[in-house]
Design a protein around this ligand. Structure first.
Ligand SMILES: Nc1ncnc2c1ncn2[C@@H]1O[C@H](COP(=O)(O)OP(=O)(O)OP(=O)(O)O)[C@@H](O)[C@H]1O
Length: 247
């Protein structure tokens, strides 16, 4: 974080406690414009909690978050979403009783744009995620891969500048996860910055420029992805805990 002004997002000295439980302990994290950053680490390392603090879904106990050089620390997730910080969830959360199209439209029609523009954005997001053919299906009838795709399409519908992905590959076969990789690579071509938490590391390595490894609420390695995976502290963190498909 030596040049904060060149960063799209900067989180400084983030601490998070749940009562006596310390979950994040002085985390510094940043994302450059157009960058894709992967976050790995054993279960319970604090990855999802960090993502929630970046998205505004949870407040930090202390520390600050800036986006496009604006302090967003006190803004909630809806306000950050309007600025362009958009997240997906580990467990997809489609609106039941609505079609795939309607689900994405709700995200797209967030007050920042006209109806026709929102409509175009939905069509584009569904095409990018390979969902045009199921646009009129009820969301609750979708299988896991399509639910994951819908989660991504809804995030895209919200017109992100920074997309925060929480284990979007989880539960998918390698072939299914590869399809998502293609969609995410297209986002990169569109210059959307990405932060991606993923246990399936070989999928992550196809996309990210930089890898951050967390363990027990701290960042223990940050840098070129293959160098991070070979870092003795990272190997130890995994071997000392649950490798959970990290190989
Ligand atoms: N709302 C909460 N209340 C209390 N403890 C919580 C809460 N949310 C998370 N934790 C705890 O914080 C720690 C970090 O959880 P977190 O989900 O951020 O880890 P993670 O690295 O994303 O793990 P995983 O890879 O298993 O998803 C865990 O010990 C978890 O039980």
């Amino acid at each position: 974080m030596s040049h904060p002004t060149t960063m799209l997002l900067t989180a400084r000295d983030i601490h998070k406690r749940f009562g006596a439980l310390v979950v994040l302990e002085g985390v510094d994290f940043s994302v450059a414009h157009d960058e894709a950053v992967g976050i790995v680490g054993p279960n319970g390392a604090g990855k999802t909690t960090l993502l929630s603090i970046l998205s505004g879904a949870q407040p930090s106990s202390s520390g600050a978050v800036a986006y496009r050089e604006r302090d967003v620390t006190t803004l909630d997730s809806a306000a950050r979403c309007r600025l362009g910080i958009v997240r997906t969830h580990q467990i997809p959360r489609p609106f039941g009783g609505m079609t795939v199209f309607e689900n994405v439209f709700v995200a797209a029609a967030n007050g920042r744009c006209k109806r026709a523009e929102a409509y175009d954005r939905v069509v584009d997001a569904l095409a990018l995620c390979g969902m045009s053919e199921v646009a009129n299906r009820r969301a609750e009838t979708l299988g896991l891969l399509d639910r994951k795709r819908l989660e991504l399409a809804r995030a895209l519908g919200a017109d992100p500048g920074l997309l925060l992905l929480d284990e979007i590959g989880g539960g998918l076969t390698d072939a299914e996860a590869s399809e998502l990789v293609e969609a995410i690579q297209e986002l990169r071509r569109r210059r959307i910055a990405v932060v991606w938490i993923e246990h399936i590391v070989h999928i992550l390595l196809q996309v990210v420029d930089r890898l951050v490894c967390m363990d027990a609420g701290r960042v223990i390695a940050d840098g070129e992805p293959r160098a991070v995976m070979a870092d003795p502290a990272v190997v130890e963190a995994y071997l000392g805990g649950d490798v959970h498909g990290a190989a």
